[in-house]
Design a protein around this ligand. Structure first.
Ligand code: GLN
Length: 508
């Protein structure tokens, strides 16, 4: 798997053509996708047409900075005219009517788009098992998950089905699958990359970012993705660094090692892989500083209150009228009629309290429109999405708002403060990306809490809005990849990229 600059050299020297490159990726999809299930839709003709167009520009010497890259896109980022299913039955047939800003930005630099990548429904999950397309499988061992929710994007890069991909990270969905699949995954600072055209899960957390084979490729891609966007008011005006140039900076880094991230629940081999790296980085002249992030233990609870609250509100738009799947209206009318007849029959014989209750039920019966909403959502959403809508609605409900949502917002601030204090002393914070390597398919499927615990090291970066990267750090004795995570303060992506590069250099 070649990195972008090498590919570009070969293309401009005429050693290969973009058509040849794309054909190789298509071949790889044809032979691997039936087992890995990373790509959920693919338009080969369109890809070859793009290749022809970009190849012309390469010949003329007018190609953009990403010419030669072949990108898979997580199936929740809008590409005009292509299906955007979000792995949900409710959007099974939804076609995007416009491009996300990130798509326009990458296209302007001649990236080529090949295929849409599998994911957990509406990006809710840590395994890419919650998908109408079926689970994605880890290319290193197909009995194991890819991680999630951007599992297809991670697996596509790992299995050579694309050279890069786009994912989204709300609580770890880029970094954790990157770690499980042995590729680089970067979550930018909140507001660094436009969310316009990203289907919303939890809007104050969602970030789009790249998966790549190398830290340099992540820097090159981020350079194009980043920047303010009039279509997304939450993007920052902050100037965009030349991240690829920042990698030339070889000054040593001060690396914070949080005590709380190396405690119980961490697989002992994952721990030693990370600790061995820390020793080597220290030997290279980087300095290690013990730090504390005292509110870490509240991160998962805080995230799963706030993210589900935002999700319950964001997903209210799927009503079967404006978007996606609509239940059968004839069936709705039939159901309502049957229910009415049954109630009236009972009313004929009912007396006293029961009679009163039945009258109330008749008065409160669903209108056809309400029943259409209900049926469309019942048929359209999967179990995990329903669980989150219920949780989110509950924590926002009048009687519980202060106890849950309000409190979680305050804890979010404390978690943010922990990081602000730490970044006064250190350039980056290091941790494992996930407590274990990729687990087996089905292993956590019936235990949502166990699944949520997997996000322990990634979630705090989303709660505090800072950036993070996962870089491959080695292989566990079970044969699966282990990732190392670096986090840096907001708009300090250059620091995590430099730390990631330092790890790559250790591997030669
Ligand atoms: N695993 C987390 C969740 O299920 C994070 C998902 C994400 O980052 N999209 O919410």
């Amino acid at each position: 798997m070649k990195n972008l600059l090498t590919t570009q050299d070969e293309l401009s020297a005429g050693k290969t053509t973009l058509q040849e490159i794309v054909e190789q990726y298509i071949e790889s999809i044809d032979s691997n996708n039936s087992s890995v299930n990373a790509i959920v839709s693919l338009d080969k003709e369109d890809a070859l047409e793009q290749a022809g167009r970009i190849q012309e520009k390469i010949k003329e010497g007018s190609a953009g900075k990403l010419a030669g890259s072949v990108v898979a896109v997580k199936d929740l980022i809008c590409e005009k005219g292509k299906k955007t299913t979000c792995s949900s039955n409710i959007l099974r047939n939804f076609e995007s009517v416009y491009n996300a800003t990130v798509i326009d930005k990458l296209a302007a630099e001649d990236a080529l788009f090949l295929g849409r990548a599998n994911m957990d429904e509406f990006a809710m999950g840590s395994s890419t098992e919650n998908s109408i397309h079926g689970p994605a499988r880890n290319p290193h061992n197909t009995d194991h998950v890819t991680g999630g929710s951007s599992g297809g994007s991670a697996a596509a890069v790992a299995a050579g089905m694309s050279s890069m991909s786009l994912g989204s990270d709300t609580g770890g969905s880029i970094r954790q699958p990157a770690s499980y699949c042995g590729v680089v995954g970067l979550k930018p600072t909140y507001g660094r990359v436009s969310r316009y055209g990203l289907v919303a899960y939890a809007s104050s957390f969602d970030c789009i970012g790249p998966f790549t084979n190398s830290v340099m490729d992540a820097a090159l891609m981020l350079e194009q993705l980043a920047g303010s966007d009039p279509m997304d008011q939450s993007t920052a005006d902050e100037p965009v660094e030349e991240y690829s140039k920042a990698l030339e900076n070889t000054e040593k880094l001060t690396i914070g090692v949080p005590d709380e991230y190396f405690g119980d629940g961490l697989d002992s081999e994952v721990r030693s892989v990370v600790e061995d790296h820390l020793k080597s980085l220290e030997a290279e002249g980087h300095s290690l500083v013990p730090i504390n992030l005292p509110h870490t233990e509240y991160a998962i609870a805080t995230y799963y209150i706030l993210a589900t609250a935002e999700a319950s509100s964001n997903l209210a738009r799927y009503d079967g009228i404006r978007y996606g799947h609509r239940a059968d209206f004839d069936q709705v009318e039939e159901e309502l009629k049957k229910e009415q007849i049954a109630l009236e029959k009972r009313l004929e014989v009912a007396t006293g309290k029961e009679h009163e209750e039945l009258l109330e039920s008749i008065a409160k019966a669903d209108s056809p429109l309400i029943r259409l909403y209900k049926n469309s959502r019942t048929e359209g959403f999967g179990t995990e999405v329903k669980r989150r809508i219920l949780l989110g609605t509950y924590v926002l409900s009048a009687g519980y708002y202060d106890a849950y949502f309000g409190k979680a917002q305050r804890v979010r601030r404390l978690i943010k403060q922990d990081f602000q204090e730490a970044f006064e002393k250190v350039d980056v914070i290091v941790s494992p990306t996930a407590p274990t390597t990729a687990f087996k398919l089905g292993e956590n499927q019936d235990d949502p809490v166990q699944m949520y615990l997997n996000d322990i090291y990634t979630i705090s970066a989303n709660l505090s809005g800072i950036c993070g990267i996962s870089v491959p750090a080695g292989t566990h004795s079970n044969g699966l990849p282990v990732g190392i995570q670096f986090m840096a303060d907001s708009f300090k992506e250059q620091n995590i990229l430099r730390a990631g590069r330092a790890v790559e250099l250790l591997h030669g």
